[in-house]
Write a protein that binds this ligand. Sequence first.
Ligand SMILES: Nc1ncnc2c1ncn2[C@@H]1O[C@H](COP(=O)(O)OP(=O)(O)OP(=O)(O)O)[C@@H](O)[C@H]1O
Length: 225
Amino acid sequence: MLTLTDVKKSYREPGGDRMPILDVPHFEVQQGEQVVIRGRSGCGKTTLLNAISGLTTIDSGAITIAGVEVTRLPESGRDRFRARKLGFVFQTFNLLPAFTAVENVMLGMTFTGQPKDRGRAEELLGKVGLGHRLHHKPQAMSVGEQQRTAVARALANKPILLLADEPTANVDPAHQQQVVDLLREVCRDENVAMLLVTHSPEVSDQFDRVEHLEEVNRVVAAVSH
Ligand SMILES: Nc1ncnc2c1ncn2[C@@H]1O[C@H](COP(=O)(O)OP(=O)(O)OP(=O)(O)O)[C@@H](O)[C@H]1O
């Protein structure tokens, strides 16, 4: 479902030299598969997710999602593909404060080319246990409730792939497990593949497939401490 072939990405350093970050010969994720990405700080995990989502361009190679070589699409095509096919959960939940939970979830349906479906937004909030919080704004919700709203929003457009970058980093330990359970269960229910970046061994130990980016990536990252 997701295939990376010979993906290379570098950033330009202030002095003008190029700093290689990614050199991934081959990486695949199957439909509905749940995969954890680990690796030390600065090794390129977020860059990998951004390359897959098309938020950052790669220098060479190919990324194919559901048969579409997204790295060949123009920027507008990448934006449309991202809106229609991918979902995101970030460590800062990125909910809009002026909007209620159900409105925030409906915002996840923007740019899909389809009319917004309030029924689906309410159903998803029900699935994440927030059926009684539909009309609360983020400031009137607990941190765990906000993250669950963000999970519902990420799935609003029926994505085929969910990219989750440290989704439990800002959630207290008591609620971390809830967020992981929720992500796994909702992705399983909706047959959504998930790529989840985490530093937490407690989280990654629960997954069948854990990839260490240093093993997938040929670039040896500079130690950043
Ligand atoms: N826009 C950019 N321009 C230049 N260098 C960048 C840029 N974005 C990231 N980098 C560098 O690329 C490297 C990889 O960054 P990335 O955020 O992908 O790492 P990471 O593995 O997600 O790290 P962490 O676990 O700390 O979040 C880092 O050394 C970072 O400083």
